[in-house]
Design a binder for this molecule. Structure first.
Ligand SMILES: [Zn+2]
Ligand SMILES: [Zn+2]
Length: 173
């Protein structure tokens, strides 16, 4: 037999067991902190938070595995981002223009409704791109929109009151 360095077998064994125990304890505490932080990112429900921490506290690794299976799939940030995305998609759908006559969805650059032939926009006399009725100049080639391009929708020539309005008022009295 040779001499075991550093003393007896029993003392060496005790040292190894102590080191292992400290190591496991550190991992256990770190695991509890990890679970605590993770569950706080996933739910605001205090009962679920306590249950998650108790799982890791009482059962160590098996509790942690159970937690991994049962925890909410998405973090609160992910949920929030998904809500934002869904709202953006809904907004896009709402922003899509519809033909005022037949309600067919039309694109922003259509001149006429392809279904009912309602005129949706005027082509720019300079570059031919579709101009919104609200615009007074073409944003692409800077040419001013001819004011009389929309028959019937042109403003009255003199003054802000249409010519037949006083007559209408008089008839009502
Ligand atoms: Zn239409
Ligand atoms: Zn133009």
């Amino acid at each position: 037999m040779f001499d075991w360095p550093g003393g007896s077998w029993e003392e060496t064994l005790r040292l190894v067991v102590t080191v292992l125990a400290v190591y496991l304890a550190v991992i256990w505490v770190a695991l509890i902190f990890w679970v605590y932080r993770d569950i706080r990112q996933r739910t605001r429900d205090p009962i679920m938070q306590i249950v998650a921490v108790v799982l890791a506290l009482a059962f160590f690794l098996p509790g942690y595995w159970v937690y991994l299976i049962l925890r909410p799939r998405q973090t609160l940030t992910e949920l929030y981002e998904r809500t934002l995305e869904e709202e953006a998609i809904l907004q896009d759908l709402e922003d899509q223009k519809a033909c005022p006559t037949c309600r067919l969805r039309v694109r922003d650059d259509y001149l006429v409704c392809p279904s009912c032939l309602t005129q949706l926009k005027d082509p720019c006399p300079g570059c031919g791109r579709p101009l919104d009725y609200a615009w007074s100049a073409c944003p692409w080639c800077a040419r001013e929109k001819p004011s009389a391009s929309v028959p019937g929708l042109a403003p009255p020539a003199n003054g802000d009151v249409p010519a037949e309005a006083p007559g209408l008022v008089r008839r009502q009295r």
